[in-house]
Design a protein around this ligand. Structure first.
Ligand code: FES
Length: 169
């Protein structure tokens, strides 16, 4: 593990996470009917609120839905879309699938890593960005592609990276 990574994880762990249980009840009861069949959608909604799945929300969910914690944890760790670690406010997904790779995806990745000072899976110290690489996000004809949150940026060159990142606070 690099020194930068260690610094990041210490800082992230020290970030106090306040759980809003009323908001959590609203998600579980009002939006999803207290129905364990909606577990994945409930987890998605919680992650939208916190950018990750804080441990206390999983234990609370277990009690509210009467589902064993191990089952909830199993779902949360099975899908790569869920994160149990704090993440940045903006998730940068760089596609390195074949189509994007042959069109310069690696150069784009290098420029993003240099610009942000982090590598795959890491979060900037100011928690502005988390970087992840993915294998195909379904719009190969636009390659090379990066996705930031829900925004798709296609046909990008490494020279455009700085300008694109500047759009996100
Ligand atoms: S390979 Fe990048 S979107 Fe398909």
């Amino acid at each position: 593990m690099s020194q930068a990574t260690q610094v990041n994880s210490v800082q992230l762990e020290s970030v106090p996470i306040e759980i809003d249980y009323m908001a959590l009840d609203d998600i579980i009861e009002n939006k999803f009917n207290n129905d364990k069949e909606n577990l994945i959608m409930i987890l998605q909604e919680i992650q939208r609120n916190y950018n990750f799945l804080p441990h206390p929300t999983l234990t609370y969910l277990s009690t509210k839905l009467d589902v064993p914690y191990s089952q909830i944890y199993g779902v949360a760790t099975f899908y790569s879309t869920f994160s149990l670690e704090p993440r940045g406010r903006n998730i940068v997904s760089i596609c390195l699938g074949t189509a994007c790779h042959v069109r310069g995806g690696e150069r784009v990745r290098n420029r993003v890593e240099t610009s942000l000072g982090i590598s795959d899976g890491e979060t900037t110290e100011d928690q502005r960005f988390t970087l992840e690489t993915v294998r195909c996000i379904g719009c190969c004809s636009l390659g090379p592609v990066i996705k930031i949150n829900e925004d798709m940026h296609g046909h990008i060159s490494s020279d455009q990276v700085g300008k694109i990142l500047d759009q996100y606070e």
